[in-house]
Write a protein that binds this ligand. Structure first.
Ligand code: DHE
Length: 520
């Protein structure tokens, strides 16, 4: 008995020791509630912390999810749980977070409006509260600690540095007067910021997982392309209220994520590519029945599916495409779109007026058309795009739709930029061992004339020009990174601005005038 009692005690002690400091067995759903739910919400859709769902996690660059649970995330409020959770618990929790939600909660007008927060201390101003050229302001997205720096484009002085929602993606969109900017995060938050007042105006969660945003040509509407739920949300830019939430369902009833949305100003419409249905949609925001898709007589035509102009201010035209399109690029007149097929093997050209494919494009290696740029070359206009899976830049004649050159680079690239006043195109090499290089391509010879390697070993990517094209700003895409200001002619660095993992940079003038060297 005594022996048995001692034995039991020893067993209990051993069990207690094994259990400490870790819990006995992994129950990831319980661990989620105990350790994560307070910041990331009971339903994993995010609160102060980001959503913890596969759609969000798969897109986040940086340390793997297990490492984040174990070690925390510096510069954020995410603590390290390596002392409290065992390796097995962390692995199971990470797997749990990577499991899709069983049920996607509704995210329609009432939920979106309930998320809206307008800043009480915000007051509009009549003129900028700073003396710089309002058309030469440049925003730098700093993904290291989720901030945006507002730069004077002449002196490169930082006028303000403000906090953004977690994980901003895609280009911010400026109102046509350059006064306000809208910024979107992968968790679907849209932030409105007043550049003149240097103040946030408010935020609203327009989707649960979003791709990008587009501003209407008149500056009144903001379209938000969502993956989750399968919707396109249209917000009023004035007060971030919901103007409409379109369910995205193909002609055959299949729901779809939206890959990307862009505005087509002369058509007074938004055009969007669908991820899960071989269709592109054109959504009119025009008040004028003679404009855009109505100009071609589509109002009462079979091509308008779903609600018509009588029912909604944003009627939709659905165009069936021969393949699924992931991303696309407009020609100058917004009559054609150049699309990349989902398989990344080729591309096609759709004539938006007749709603039909008119040409194939030779575009293997997953072109990143969202980064495409155009310029005059010989007697034609060319468009150039990097490829995410191949170390080339394709240059395509926009009249014949033929590839005029494939420029071999030192690795696959993500972004390209130029300016009408610059003889060069800047193309990064985002992926692979040469990620610290950036190519300078002559716009007429289509040859690489220089390759810069400003900080050996550090990723350099994404370029933006100043309003006059005299300076090119390059991101050193590292946590203790910087923005390098180059003289765009001599290709010498004239200034270095320390920044926290700077990603995209956006000049007000280049964006609102649709400068040909910049993406939309
Ligand atoms: Fe982006 C723009 C899609 C991964 C940084 N990216 C865009 C746009 C699209 C797109 C459709 C154009 C939107 C706009 O500006 O309105 N991006 C995709 C993808 O499909 C892809 C490959 C996979 C995914 O994660 O969704 C992808 N993108 C990334 C990244 O991993 C990058 C490098 C880091 C990040 O922030 O997630 C990244 N994407 C960017 C940036 C822009 C962008 C900085 C704006 C470029 C510009 O100059 O306008």
């Amino acid at each position: 008995m005594t022996r048995n009692t001692s034995f039991s005690k020893a067993l209990a002690l051993a069990a207690a020791l094994t259990a400490l400091p870790f819990a006995a067995s992994a129950d990831p759903a319980q661990d989620y509630q105990d350790y994560c739910a307070e910041c990331h919400a009971d339903n994993r859709l995010g609160a102060q912390g980001p959503a913890l769902i596969p759609e969000t996690l798969a897109r986040m660059r940086g340390p793997k999810i297990e490492a984040v649970i174990r070690d925390g995330r510096v510069t954020t409020q995410m603590p390290a749980y390596g002392e409290e959770l065992s390796g097995e618990q962390i692995a199971e929790l990470a797997a749990y977070l990577n499991t899709p939600l069983d049920v996607i909660p509704p995210w329609t007008e009432p939920e979106i409006m309930a998320s809206r927060v307008m800043d009480e201390d915000y007051a509009p101003v009549g003129a900028p509260v700073w003396p710089s050229d309002p058309m030469n302001i440049t925003l730098v997205v700093e993904t290291g600690d989720h901030h945006v720096s507002v730069l004077d484009g002449d002196t490169f002085e930082v006028l303000d540095r403000f906090e953004t929602p977690f994980a901003v993606h895609g280009g911010p969109k400026f109102t046509p007067d350059g006064k306000f900017v809208f910024i979107m995060s992968r968790d679907g938050w849209v932030q409105k910021y007043d550049i003149y007042a240097l103040k946030q105006v408010g935020r609203v969660r327009a989707g649960l997982n979003s791709r990008n945003i587009a501003m209407s040509g008149d500056g009144k509407w903001l379209a938000v392309a969502n993956y989750l739920p399968n919707t396109l949300t249209i917000l009023s830019t004035d007060d971030l209220s919901v103007a409409e939430v379109h369910e995205v369902v193909g002609k055959d009833g299949t729901p779809s994520r939206v890959s990307a949305v862009y505005q087509a100003p002369p058509r007074e419409s938004f055009v969007l590519a669908l991820k899960d249905v071989p269709e592109i949609w054109e959504v009119s925001y025009s008040d004028n029945p003679d404009m855009g898709l109505f100009a071609a007589g589509f109002t009462h035509d079979w091509r308008i599916e779903g609600p018509t102009r009588q029912d909604t201010p944003f009627p939709i035209r659905k165009i069936t495409t021969p393949d699924y399109l992931d991303d696309f690029f407009f020609d100058q007149k917004y009559e054609h779109i150049m699309g990349a097929s989902r398989k990344g093997e080729d591309g096609l050209v759709i004539d938006l007026v007749i709603g039909q494919k008119v040409a194939d494009l030779d575009l293997p290696g997953m072109p990143h058309l969202g980064s495409g740029i155009t310029w005059d070359w010989n007697d034609t206009k060319v468009m150039a795009t990097p490829h995410l899976k191949e170390g080339v830049v394709s240059v395509i004649d926009m009249n014949s739709w033929k590839t005029v050159k494939r420029i071999t680079t030192e690795g696959p690239g993500f972004f390209m930029r130029s300016h009408k006043n610059s003889p060069y195109v800047w193309a990064d090499v985002f992926f692979g061992p040469n990620k610290d290089k950036i190519h300078i391509i002559d716009k007429q010879s289509l040859e690489i004339v220089r390759t810069l390697q400003p900080v050996p070993g550090a990723t350099v990517a994404h370029v933006e020009f100043t309003k006059d094209g005299s300076r090119a700003l390059v991101s050193v895409w590292e946590d203790d990174g910087e923005v390098l200001v180059y003289d765009a002619k001599t290709l010498e660095i004239v200034k270095r601005l320390p920044m926290r993992k700077p990603s995209g940079k956006y000049n007000v003038w280049n964006k609102i005038t649709f400068e040909e060297g910049t993406s939309h």
